[in-house]
Design a protein around this ligand. Structure first.
Ligand code: NDP
Length: 285
């Protein structure tokens, strides 16, 4: 099988070029799209993500603010920061980098972000709108996967999409978005019995488990499209996905690498969502 590597970096570049044009158009109307990122504590992976987001904002001519808070901050203090950003006209998108320390209730924080500025698409109002197919902010990672499939000319309607993982930020919305594009969707998770029997039926296999290289060729149907959402470190501390790329590419028709697959798309979609939030302030006036 000759495998086609899906180049997420290149596709993210194409997506952000379009965002850049929209940013310039907004600026000509006196609006600079602004993103605020709240980082609690000093998790090195979170710091890397946050820095990449700020750099991309800068490259696209957007305004960005990073609010760094102590690991031991109280929930009330964090909520006050979110509420201040809700009121700040220069800020169109608010992102609270997850995970949060244990003294803070993530659900409460997400519910405090104004749904109009919820560019991560995690607020229950946006999740509900997505479920019923109304316009909303879509969660960046599954939204990015949909763009990867679109730009890679992957047919979705009528195909069997199998998602491994059912988190609120990746697995669940991933299935919804594929369903909206007329895929037949199966969700698998840690309690699924005989995972192979499901994954072997997948025309499109999306893996989001957080288990390094757990999916090898034996799980994949010849010619399937494989999307690897995972970000892990292997035994040599090198970045790797949830899919064993070397083995999987022998059977997949198209496959995303890690790094350089889904990761860059997540950031690109965050930029698109922030731009959309800024555009909405003009149309809602
Ligand atoms: P979670 O830990 O929240 O969810 C993992 C899911 O995988 C759960 O539903 C779990 O099942 C399932 N799972 C775990 N082990 C197995 C197994 N052995 N067999 C079948 N299913 C299993 O992770 P996230 O959804 O937040 O993230 C998944 C991965 O994606 C991580 O590697 C994360 O780093 C990465 N990620 C990458 C992003 C990007 O931009 N590329 C963005 C966000 C995440 P159960 O529900 O039963 O526990």
């Amino acid at each position: 099988m000759s495998t086609n590597k899906i180049d997420g970096k290149q596709i993210a570049g194409l997506v952000t070029e379009k965002v850049k044009e929209r940013v310039e158009n907004l600026k000509s109307k006196g609006v600079v799209p602004g993103l605020a990122v709240i980082l609690v504590g000093s998790n090195p992976a979170s710091q890397t993500y946050v820095n990449n987001k700020a750099k991309t904002c800068e490259r696209l001519g957007m305004y960005s603010v990073l609010i760094e808070l102590d690991e031991d901050i109280s929930e009330d203090e964090l909520l006050k920061n979110v509420e201040a950003l809700n009121q700040d006209d220069k800020i169109h998108g608010i992102l609270v980098q997850l995970p949060l320390p244990s003294q803070i209730n993530e659900d409460r924080v997400i519910a405090t972000i104004s749904p109009l500025k919820d560019v991560d698409g995690f607020h229950p109002e946006n999740v509900g709108k997505m479920m019923i197919g109304q316009q909303s902010f879509l969660p960046c990672t599954p939204f990015g996967v949909m763009k990867l499939l679109e730009y890679s000319d992957v047919e979705i309607a009528g195909k069997h999409a199998v998602i491994i993982g059912r988190s609120n930020i990746v697995g669940k919305p991933m299935g919804q978005l594929l369903l909206q594009k007329d895929a037949t969707v199966t969700y698998c998770h840690s309690r699924t019995k005989d995972l192979h029997s499901f994954t072997k039926q997948a025309d499109i296999l999306v893996v989001a488990t957080g288990r390094a290289k757990m999916i090898d060729a034996s799980y994949i149907k010849e010619g399937a499209v494989v999307i690897d959402v995972g970000i892990n470190r292997d035994e040599n501390n090198k970045l790797c996905g949830d899919v064993d790329f070397a083995s999987a590419q022998e059977v997949a028709s198209k496959i995303t690498p890690v790094p350089g697959g889904v990761g860059p798309m997540t950031i690109a979609m965050l930029m698109e969502n922030t731009c959309l939030a800024a555009e909405n302030t003009l149309t809602n006036k």
